[in-house]
Design a protein around this ligand. Structure first.
Ligand SMILES: CC(C)(COP(=O)(O)OP(=O)(O)OC[C@H]1O[C@@H](n2cnc3c(N)ncnc32)[C@H](O)[C@@H]1OP(=O)(O)O)[C@@H](O)C(=O)NCCC(=O)NCCS
Length: 271
């Protein structure tokens, strides 16, 4: 019995040490161990969760929920006691984080404030995300439904992710889309932004409208050339229609480009 208590205490002390190390490693503002112990609500929330999770596993569901609500009041972080969270987990700042019941989080995952790992409301059973080792989820991001975020992936601040994220990729925007895949940048010219302003959230619908406006402009110029008896001028930029069709089909949940008319030349359009 004494042996068991001793083992449990030394296990808890090792976990505590790792939590503090992780906070000091990942937050450049952390100056000392005492500061981390006292001033990191994300850390306090994880400690509350570890106790609540054990109570939950032991069948004490109501006490577990009550403890998680106390943690929410004290730290601003709500973690359902059923959530499975691996070692090396760090929540920076904490406030506004919500983690649902069937969430599974691997090792060395980092969340910033305001992240939701939630359900979409339409799934039952496993209805929250699975987050693999080494993932970073930026402030205010929402990852919704039983999606899988692969090892080492990054979810940009403010993104809304409702589909699986490949390992070692970066997803940004609403709906979240990959800008880095397997460590390599996705061609930023794939869909041109209406204005070269990289700080705003990508908006595929606005991009589709801009693409259509550009195409109408080309067609008007071609008609004017034909009416004037001139050969239509060569188009001076790449056609954005195929990628817009792909993007809209993905948003609308269509297979391939079903239901999105590819146009007479399979979407290539007039040159
Ligand atoms: C996504 C993030 C992790 C950067 O990842 P990265 O793999 O280094 O990607 P890059 O910085 O090279 O950006 C790739 C592209 O995504 C864009 N991008 C980056 N973050 C974005 C975001 N949150 N929303 C929309 N677009 C974003 C970049 O402008 C760039 O666009 P471009 O290809 O048109 O130039 C980072 O931008 C981020 O959001 N970190 C979260 C930080 C945070 O929450 N801090 C809180 C501190 S309190």
């Amino acid at each position: 019995m004494v042996q068991r208590i001793r083992r449990a205490l030394s296990g808890a002390a090792a976990t505590l040490r790792r939590d503090i190390e992780v906070a000091r490693e990942r937050d450049p503002a952390a100056r000392s161990t005492v500061e981390v112990l006292l001033c990191y609500p994300g850390l306090h929330a994880i400690w509350f969760h570890r106790v609540a999770h054990r109570l939950n596993d032991a069948g004490a569901h109501l006490p577990a929920r009550l403890l998680s609500q106390v943690a929410r009041t004290v730290t601003g972080v709500e973690i359902h006691p059923g959530a499975e969270i691996g070692p090396g987990f760090f929540i920076d700042h904490g406030m506004g984080v919500v983690i649902g019941e069937t969430t599974e989080i691997g090792e060395n995952v980092t969340l910033y404030q305001g992240v939701t790992l939630g359900g979409t409301g339409k799934d039952t059973g496993k209805r929250h995300p699975t987050i693999d080792d080494g993932v970073i989820i930026g402030t205010g991001a929402r990852v919704l439904g039983p999606v899988h975020v692969g090892e080492g992936a990054k979810v940009g601040a403010g993104s809304i992710v409702i589909k699986d994220v490949a390992p070692n990729s970066t997803v940004v925007g609403n709906p979240g889309r990959a800008v880095v895949v397997d460590g390599k940048r996705v061609d930023p010219e794939r869909i041109r932004h209406p204005v070269p302003e990289h700080t705003r959230l990508p908006d595929p619908v606005a991009e589709a409208l801009v693409c259509l406006m550009r195409r109408v402009g080309h067609l008007e110029r071609e008609i004017a050339d034909l009416r004037a008896g001139r050969a239509p001028a060569e188009r001076d930029d790449k056609d954005c229609m195929p990628s817009v069709q792909e993007e809209l089909a993905a948003i609308l949940g269509l297979n391939g480009t079903d239901g999105v008319d590819p146009g007479p030349a399979g979407g290539a359009g007039p040159r």
